[in-house]
Write a protein that binds this ligand. Structure first.
Ligand code: ATP
Length: 368
């Protein structure tokens, strides 16, 4: 089976080819090719109109590159050899949401066009479920709790009765977006997460508000406190501040210390709720998904927590953590194998597509 995946919910215009003899498990013959063209704003954060312009320019190229790759696999040494005249793929999977509407529409249009060109079925994938299924797939875990720590989202999910249930989530902004808002405030370029990780290594812990309510978390208060700390102002006198990319602050708490405090605080919150979800569900496996999951400190905190309670932790490689079409193709293959395809007329996008709206057909198919 060979599936083309297309991702484009925000910054990553990405296409992938996933080839496997069995989409239910990782095999030695699996092959994942990913081609991504990333949008990098000149200044500020992700601007929806600019992101859509980038998507419109980049998607045709990354998709054609992936199709060429699929043709090469089909004619030379793939798991199923086909002639050059037949379709090089079995289905087209695309990210249907959640994400920025103008970007999603471009991806859906491209996916429909490719499906029609090769006369193959279309699979509509939930981007958040793909973030967690790629970890479940590659770990071989059966029924893990999943922590999704991405730019626009933060969820803890557990599977029960045919759906991924949201056990806990952010009450305001996504975790990566919160970090990026802080780095934007101090004048650092997007994305801020990797820079915070780098600066936190040299910092001393600076205390910030820790906000967990039940199974949910909030990041907006931490961000305000972090901005005020670098600005050297009290909560009642907040104003802008600045720092250069080397972490020199022009007043207040050193930027490196605030970065360290942010990492320790936010990741401790995510770890606490993950632990509670393991305890509530009785699961003994945890997988990580999303771009913030690339952070080494977060991975170590989750790993140590799992070790202490006798659970197993898995974080996929970075190329599968940040937005990427590989995860869309991998989940697309599972859905295609379970017969979970859609007609073109039913393939509208859903910019608020929640993970618990997805009826999970593929897990039953894997077990049977
Ligand atoms: P979503 O998947 O919710 O749509 P997204 O489209 O923003 O989110 P992701 O690739 O999942 O994309 O995550 C991007 C986020 O990851 C950005 O906010 C970025 O700052 C953050 N990030 C990237 N690397 C790191 C890191 N090493 N540490 C912390 N955060 C990071």
């Amino acid at each position: 089976m060979r599936i083309l995946g297309i991702e484009g919910t925000a910054w990553a215009a990405s296409a992938a080819v996933f080839e496997t003899p069995d989409p239910a498990q990782v095999t030695d013959d699996d092959h994942v090719f990913i081609e991504t063209d990333a949008y990098a704003p000149d200044s500020g954060g992700i601007h929806p109109r600019e992101a859509a312009e980038h998507m419109g320019e980049a998607i045709p190229t990354v998709v054609e590159t992936a199709i060429e790759h699929a043709h090469e696999r089909a004619t030379a040494g793939g798991t199923d050899e086909r002639g050059t005249d037949s379709a090089p793929i079995d289905a087209v999977a695309f990210a249907r949401g959640p994400g920025l509407g103008p970007c999603l529409r471009i991806v859906a249009t491209a996916a429909r066009a490719v499906a029609q060109r090769f006369d193959v079925p279309l699979v509509g994938v939930n981007h958040m479920v793909a973030h967690l299924e790629v970890g479940r797939h590659r770990s071989g875990f059966d029924s893990p709790v999943c922590l999704n720590a991405s730019g626009a989202n933060a969820h803890i999910l557990g599977y029960r009765n045919g759906r991924y249930r949201v056990l806990g989530e952010t009450m305001d902004t996504g975790v990566g977006n919160a970090i990026d808002k802080f780095t934007r405030h101090i004048g650092w370029s997007h994305p801020g997460g990797p820079k915070v990780e780098q600066h936190a290594r040299d910092g001393e812990y600076h205390e910030l508000p820790y906000v967990v309510k039940g199974m949910d978390f909030s990041f907006s208060g931490i961000m305000s406190a972090a901005k005020q700390a670098v600005d050297g102002v009290s909560a009642s006198d907040a104003s802008g501040g600045s720092s250069d990319e080397h972490g020199e602050s022009d007043g207040g708490v050193p930027v490196d210390d605030v970065c360290r405090g942010m990492e320790e605080t936010i990741f401790a919150m995510l770890t606490e709720v993950s632990e509670r979800a393991l305890s509530l569900t009785g699961a003994d496996e945890l997988v990580l998904g999303g771009g913030v999951g690339q952070n080494d400190r977060l991975q170590r905190m989750l790993g140590e927590m799992c070790e202490q309670r006798g659970a197993t932790f898995y974080a996929p490689e970075n190329r599968f953590l940040r937005d990427n079409a590989g995860m869309i193709a991998i989940l697309g293959a599972k859905m295609y194998a379970a017969g979970d395809t859609i007609e073109i007329e039913d393939s509208q996008i859903d910019s608020n597509f929640r993970p618990d709206e997805v009826a999970v057909a593929w897990r039953g198919a894997e077990e049977s």
